[in-house]
Design a protein around this ligand. Structure first.
Ligand code: AMP
Ligand code: MG
Length: 406
């Protein structure tokens, strides 16, 4: 058996780098920066007020209760033509540029207008409630490094500095097929005797969509070498990566294995992980090929451990693995010490939300329990059991809400 980290290093090592392209900001979500984002501007671009209040000379507020002359007012989007002199103030709104002469803003709550003049209740230091030039970002600063995957917040920053044409990696195109004579389309009416619905392909397509990549659905392939060769040929000419399900284990009809072992540089491995031990990987006509197992939970785990990181790696992403944290076991877990095990768990504790329990059966065909999970409880190689109250590694493979509104 190959240790998972070793197998993954081999997989990621084979991934080439996709070309880059320029996209509009509204196409940039989830894309990976191919070049550093160097800000052409400082943010803020000009010193401005953080509060609604009065722009003053801080020295004039040294004595609490000072009474200052109100020169004018400056709303956001305008520039004051007047400068603040000794004993003077200009009424200012949040975001308006600081008038010349003023070095501080006093919040409107700490002032009172008396006979057209303003009484200052508190003394403030220079810089009070002022957002200085470049306080957030300096002109010429590298704000984001290449390899950054753009979230909505990153897109906000790009817009802030006017970087509306980010250079990002091209999106990988992934060809998907499921194999097995027993597969019936999910919408294919009542199940014929001995048949099951093809659940892997819709799930893989959805996981790819969540990863933000393009897909080519090559459909169901029966356990027939000719049909498989045709579909693989199409996949290799159109796609950057190929994902199949089924046909990689020890059965007599494991057609993927039979065809590819003879005709390509694809290898078939036993990975020291559970679920997801059988795994086919290599280059098919130069295109990375991922032969996932047939059992649906194995598909989920193998996708998470190999396909998703590989797709991010091809795009040059710096971070390719899901976040991990530590939780507390809410039950006993038994584990195979020879394999890295991924137990499907949910947060069941109240406060703090750390305690996890398994969501149901842990056989690799029990997909409903995996759907109820928030995380994988990861049992490293060497682990035989984890007892209630023990710390447990959690891999957060779903960024969904876990807390109901009380
Ligand atoms: P295999 O690796 O092809 O022997 O498949 C292992 C198990 O997964 C068998 O019980 C298959 O029926 C099941 N299986 C294979 N492909 C799919 C699929 N696309 N959707 C649901 N179950 C599948
Ligand atoms: Mg099969």
């Amino acid at each position: 058996m190959r240790p998972l980290p070793e197998m993954r290093a081999e997989v990621l090592g084979v991934m080439g780098q996709l070309d880059s392209e320029i996209v509009a900001l509204d196409e940039a979500l989830g894309r990976v920066l191919a070049e550093p984002l160097v800000s052409p501007e400082s943010v803020p671009h000009f010193a401005n007020s953080a509060m609604d209040g009065y722009a003053v000379r801080s020295a004039d507020t040294a004595q609490p209760g000072a009474l200052l002359e109100i020169l004018s007012e400056v709303p956001a989007g305008q520039v004051s033509g007047l400068a603040v002199g000794e004993g003077q103030a200009i009424k200012i709104m949040t975001g308006a540029p600081m008038p010349e002469g003023a070095d501080a803003v006093i919040r409107v709550e700490e002032t009172k207008v008396e006979d057209g003049r303003v009484r200052i209740a508190a003394s403030v230091p220079a810089g009070n409630s002022v957002r200085p030039v470049g306080g957030d970002i300096s002109e010429g600063e590298t704000v984001f490094a290449p390899g950054t995957r753009l979230s909505a917040v990153h897109i906000g920053v790009l817009a802030t500095v006017g970087a509306v044409k980010p250079v990002v990696s091209r999106i990988p195109k992934v060809a998907v097929m499921s194999t097995g004579d027993e597969l019936q389309p999910p919408d294919g009416g009542a199940l014929a005797p001995g048949m099951i619905r093809d659940s892997n392909r819709p799930m893989i397509m959805a996981m790819l969509a969540e990863t933000g990549v393009d897909t080519i659905d090559l459909g169901r392939i029966s356990d027939d070498a000719g049909q498989l060769r045709d579909s693989l040929g199409r996949a290799a000419s159109d796609a950057d990566l190929i994902v199949t399900s089924g046909g990689v284990s020890m059965g007599d009809y494991d057609v993927i294995k039979l065809v590819l072992r003879e005709e390509s540089e694809v290898g078939f491995f036993q990975v020291a992980m559970k679920p997801g031990k059988p795994f086919g990987f290599g280059l098919f006509e130069g295109v990375p090929f991922f032969g996932l197992p047939g059992n649906p939970v194995s598909v989920l785990v193998s996708f998470e451990q190999f396909v998703r990181p590989a797709l991010l790696q091809m795009q040059g992403a710096t971070a390719v693995l899901r976040p991990r944290t530590t939780g507390i076991a809410g039950q006993r877990f038994a584990s195979d010490p020879l394999k890295e095990e991924f137990v499907r768990v949910a947060f069941t504790g109240s406060d703090p939300q750390l305690e996890v329990r398994q969501t149901g059966g842990q056989s690799s065909n029990v997909l409903s329990a995996a759907a109820k999970a928030d995380a994988f409880a990861v049992m490293p190689v060497g682990t035989e059991e984890v007892n209630p109250g023990d710390p447990v590694i959690l891999e957060l493979f779903r960024a969904l809400e876990t807390r109901p509104f009380p």
